[in-house]
Every structure is written in structure tokens, then in C-alpha cells.
Ligand binder design. Structure first.
Ligand code: NAP
Length: 553
């Protein structure tokens, strides 16, 4: 009865260190970790202790006897990562080598104090790593009144298991030394120099907030947009509530076939009654209830073997939605399968080869995966009527009628005021997280390494950055804050009186969960004004608490 890792694996590696027999790989110290699509349990070495189940922040691990029918393919997927052997391996007491927490030296000028900008996974994992050391202080600045970045606004609502990682983040935020400054925008309310005057270091974990843009004629016409904006709209991000999303035509085309394209295609074709049991925004749910979309085409410019989506997401998609291929694309899959030697890619192709035929009559809204289509021109005068592709590698043209054309060709990092920026790679140039040419500045997550990987990939990414930061602090390279700790509060309140603290966020969180009732995990507020009104009802710190905080400062 070995344990099995399933679709929502976040790759943060917590399970690896919980495992007493080191049977989960690739582990963070192994070369394949950074590019792995998920982690895998060796069924022959697993001793069924369940330690990994408790350690997993997203509930992705279960005993093989407890899997749902839709999760059964993950038994073979886990086993396939390991060489075939005869019988079960004897139990060992081997542990994966733990990457040591950074040791912060005691220095004059107060305890290590770090500003983290952003509150998504990279920010929270960085805070956790810093707070392994006694006395360290971490102040997290977030421009929205709600924390957790893409976990709240980017993870698709039907992936509630993935969103469970917020429980881990809540625990991190409760640690001594951690403070939230929500609804505070660095670059608007506070500058980089302001932060440096109050901290030893500033660590930017701001993600990649922009989209890569497709530069073809017609992009920008009403009815064109990006999948990432659409995901933000679906998730109730306050800056995207007014996104014009027209679902009155029967076909939507999505350009690019990464996991974000899959997220949008799934939501557009899922029964709204099922989505109504998630934390999807009310406005998106209402639009989906009156949607006329019956087919979402996910169009890739290359062939099936080069598909950008991951195998776990393909397994999840085909288990829950009608997914089809045209006859011509089926032929491409078969040809790729004949030539492919990489086991992971073969696995994907084998699933694609079994997909239904696009010529079959529609039973319910479906997803069509299409290949070798290079987008050339958006069609339509006043609004989108379709998309013209070149058939990749030929002179042929292929046209698809559509009422909505979304690009899903990746996120893109945005320059940060007062820091260098590599415009080609769209990252802040850095060495292991230490920003080049900007003493005291560090980066983690997508702004450091580009928009790749999963939520948990940010754990080892953030740990690497924190090690560099602590090395610099220990070496005396970082200037001590100019002001006392308590001065930061005064500065922030003078620049942004509507700053929201942890108590304010807890009030918003509790109100959203209450609004969700019995059927939904939460019903999100989608306007900043509503969030602030609820945050204002949070209990204020007592005089005693303020005095104690002042004394500590
Ligand atoms: P992605 O995986 O990088 O996929 C981008 C897609 O856009 C690829 O199909 C790419 O094709 C295509 N593309 C790029 N430029 C193009 C162009 N000029 N014309 C046509 N197609 C173009 O990006 P993503 O889907 O935004 O995902 C970002 C990251 O988030 C990934 O690491 C992903 O795994 C992760 N993520 C994970 C989950 C999950 O685990 N559930 C969910 C969402 C996102 P080529 O390959 O031909 O360049």
C-alpha cells in the first residue's frame, strides 16, 4: 500500500524531508528537481508511514488505496519514475540531505530586519526561511489588502487543493517577527530608499505581473485578451473585475498550450454548478452561467511532443473534461509517438493518442487541442470574428472562427524602480538572488528566475536567496537601518493611512469564508473599498500591546 503523489503536487519538497527512507525524488539537492513536473514516490521503497501526507501543504499525497478513480493513473506515473526492480526494497533509515537553514550572526545595530515586497509563495517561503532564526524581523509589503499573490489570484478556482498552501502561509505569518503591511505599494507609497533606511535588506518577490504579448495584426480588437487577465478576472482580482469577457460566441481560441491555457479552457468548459462550489468570483460565475461557448481550441505553434502543459495537468484535464483532437492532429501524435524516446513525453503522447475525435458530435462544452498553428492575424473589423494561423512549416493558412481570442504565451516580469532590469529575460539580473550592482537588494521567485515552475519551486528558490542575504549580513556588508523599528509604522501610516495589518486581513478572510456559507470555501470581495471596510472592523491593538511593541522597537 505505497503512498502516491497526485496532480496538485506543488514541488516544495516538504515531503522529501519528512520521508524517513528518502523515497521521494527528485529531491531539492538533485539535478532534475528544478525541471521536474512533479515529485514521485518510489513504491518499492515506501514504508507507508504517511509522514509525507502530513508534510504536504496541498494535500497531494494519499495511500494508493485511498485514491479516487480519476487519480489512479498517478500510481503508474509515480512508479514509472523509478527503474523497474523485482520486489520491495528493504526499509532503510536514509534521509534526504537537508539544506541547512542560514545561521544569522549576532551583530551590533539590532537584529537582522528584512523588507519583503510581495506576499505570494516566493515571499512567504523567504519569510519562513528568515524566521528560522531567532530575533530576525520580516516586514511584508503587499499592494493589495489581501496576501498570497497568485495563490489567491492565479490558481484556478477548481484547484482548491492547491490553494490549501495558504494554510501554511497563515502559519508562517503568525510567527514572531513577521508583520504584514498590506494595501501598501512599494514604488508609490514607499520607495526602495525608504525601505533600505528601515531595514538591512529589501527582498523583492513581486512575480511577473505582465503578460508576454503576441505582436500580430488585430491584437487589441474587442474580443482579444490574455489568459492571465482572464484568470485574474475569474479569481476576483480587484484590478480585473471590469474586464470585458464576451462569451456569446460558441468558440474561444487560446494561443499557447501551457498550464495557464489549460486552466482557462477548463473553467470555460466546466459545468457552472460545479464551479459554484469553489471560490470563483461571483461576476465570473454569472458570466459562465449565460455562456454560449461550446468549444475552446487550445492552439500550439509546435507539435504534440513539444506541448508545454505538464503531464499531471493533462491527466487532470482529460479526467474531468471532454478533450478532443482533429484527425490531422491525431496523425501528428502518432508520428511523434513513433519517434519519441523520452518516457515523460511518451506518457503525454500516449494520453493524447487516446483522445476522442473532434468530428464527433458535441455532448457538452469541450476542449480541442490543436497543433502546428502559428498565429498570424486576428480577423474582424469592430471586434474579433476569428484567428488566422499559418500551418507551421508550410505555406498553408488555417482559419478558426471565434468570438474570443486569448493569448496564453507566458508571464513577463516588470522593471522595479531603482533596480537594474534585463529587458530580454524580463528579470532583475542577480547572482543566486543577490541583485547585481544594488547592495542590500535581493530577489526571489519569478522576478529572479523567470515565470517557470510550481508554487513549491519557490521554496528552494527563496532559500537560496536568503542564504546569500544572510551571508552578506554576517559579513557586515549590509548597512544597519538608519531609523528605529517603531519609525516604520509612522512612515507607513503617513504615506498610506489605509494600511491593512494582519488583524485586518484576518477580518477580510473570516468575512469571505462566512459569505461562502456551507457550499463554498469563500465568497471573495472583489473591490478594495469593500475589503478596507471589513478590515476596519478588526480589533485595534490595545494601548498595552502598542506600548510593548514600541518597547520591542
Ligand atoms: P508556458 O508553460 O511557458 O507556456 C507558454 C506557451 O506559449 C507555450 O505553448 C509556447 O509555445 C507558447 N508561445 C510562446 N510564445 C508564442 C508565440 N509567439 N506564438 C505562439 N505561441 C507562443 O506558460 P504558462 O502556461 O503561462 O505557465 C507559466 C508557468 O506557470 C509554467 O511553469 C506552468 O507550469 C506554471 N503553471 C502551473 C500550473 C499548475 O501546475 N497547475 C498552473 C498554471 C501555471 P512554445 O513552446 O512553442 O514556445
Amino acid at each position: 500500500m505505497p503512498h502516491v503523489i497526485t496532480q496538485s503536487c506543488c514541488s516544495d519538497g516538504s515531503c522529501v524531508y519528512a520521508c524517513p527512507v528518502n523515497c521521494i525524488h527528485p529531491s531539492p539537492d538533485e539535478p532534475g528537481f528544478a525541471t521536474a513536473e512533479m515529485l514521485y514516490i518510489d513504491p518499492d521503497a515506501c514504508v507507508d508511514c504517511g509522514a509525507c501526507v502530513s508534510a504536504c501543504p496541498v494535500g497531494a499525497i494519499a495511500a494508493d488505496t485511498k485514491l479516487t478513480d480519476k487519480q489512479l493513473p498517478f500510481i503508474e506515473l509515480n512508479a514509472a519514475f523509478y527503474p523497474k526492480r523485482e520486489g520491495k526494497l528493504p526499509p532503510t533509515s536514509k534521509l534526504a540531505p537537508v539544506i541547512a537553514a542560514p545561521k544569522v550572526a549576532t551583530r551590533s545595530g539590532g537584529p537582522l530586519t528584512v523588507a519583503i515586497v510581495g506576499s505570494g509563495p516566493a515571499a512567504m517561503y523567504a519569510a519562513d526561511e528568515l524566521l528560522t532564526q531567532r530575533g530576525v524581523r520580516v516586514n511584508v509589503f503587499e499592494k493589495l489588502p489581501t496576501p498570497y499573490g497568485l495563490v489567491r489570484a492565479g490558481v484556478a478556482p477548481d484547484h482548491q487543493s492547491t490553494k490549501r498552501v495558504t494554510r501554511l502561509f497563515d502559519t508562517i505569518a503568525k510567527q514572531a517577527g513577521f508583520r504584514f503591511f498590506l494595501n501598501v505599494e512599494v514604488g508609490k507609497h514607499l520607495s526602495h530608499a525608504d525601505l533600505l533606511e528601515h531595514h538591512h535588506a529589501v527582498l523583492y518577490a513581486v512575480g511577473a505581473p505582465n503578460d508576454r504579448r503576441l505582436d500580430i495584426e488585430g491584437m487589441g480588437l474587442p474580443g482579444t485578451g490574455t489568459a492571465t487577465e482572464m484568470v485574474a478576472w475569474i479569481n476576483g482580482h480587484p484590478e480585473f473585475t471590469d474586464l470585458p469577457v464576451d462569451l456569446s460566441h460558441e468558440r474561444v481560441v487560446i494561443v499557447g498550450n501551457g498550464n495557464v491555457a489549460f486552466d482557462v479552457a477548463r473553467v470555460l468548459t466546466t459545468d457552472p454548478d460545479a464551479l459554484a462550489r469553489t471560490d470563483i468570483s461571483d461576476h465570473a460565475l454569472a458570466a459562465l452561467r449565460s455562456s454560449r461557448v461550446s468549444e475552446v481550441v487550445v492552439a500550439a505553434r509546435r507539435g504534440p511532443a513539444q506541448s508545454a502543459f505538464t503531464l499531471p495537468e493533462l491527466i487532470g484535464l482529460t479526467a474531468n473534461c471532454d478533450v478532443v483532437l482533429s484527425e490531422a492532429d491525431h496523425a501528428l501524435v502518432i508520428a511523434d509517438l513513433a519517434a519519441e524516446t523520452d518516457p515523460l513525453t511518451r506518457n503525454k503522447l500516449e494520453i493524447l493518442a487516446k483522445l476522442g475525435d473532434a468530428a464527433a458530435p458535441l455532448r457538452r462544452p469541450r476542449i480541442r487541442l490543436a497543433y502546428r498553428l502559428t498565429p498570424q492575424r486576428v480577423l474582424g473589423d469592430d471586434r474579433v470574428t476569428g484567428l488566422e494561423f499559418g500551418v507551421t512549416g508550410t505555406d498553408e493558412v488555417h482559419t478558426l472562427d471565434a468570438g474570443l481570442v486569448l493569448t496564453s504565451i507566458g508571464y513577463r516580469g516588470k522593471a522595479i524602480a531603482d533596480l537594474p532590469f534585463d529587458d530580454d529575460a524580463a528579470v532583475v539580473p542577480n547572482d543566486g538572488g543577490r541583485v547585481r550592482g544594488a547592495s542590500g537588494a535581493y530577489v526571489a521567485g519569478w522576478i529572479k528566475r523567470g515565470p517557470t515552475g510550481f508554487i513549491g519551486t519557490n521554496k528552494s528558490c527563496a532559500a537560496q536567496t536568503v542564504h546569500r542575504l544572510v551571508d552578506d549580513y554576517n559579513a557586515g556588508v549590509l548597512s544597519a537601518p538608519v531609523h528605529k523599528h517603531a519609525a516604520l509604522d509612522k512612515l507607513v501610516h503617513s504615506r498610506q493611512p489605509a494600511v491593512v495589518d494582519a488583524a485586518g486581513w484576518h477580518a477580510i478572510d473570516a468575512a469571505e469564508i462566512a459569505r461562502g456559507g456551507e457550499d463554498r470555501p469563500r465568497d471573495k470581495f472583489t473591490s478594495v473599498a469593500d475589503m478596507l471596510a471589513v478590515a476596519a472592523t478588526a480589533p485595534k491593538p490595545t494601548v498595552r500591546q502598542r506600548v510593548l511593541a514600541g518597547l520591542r522597537g
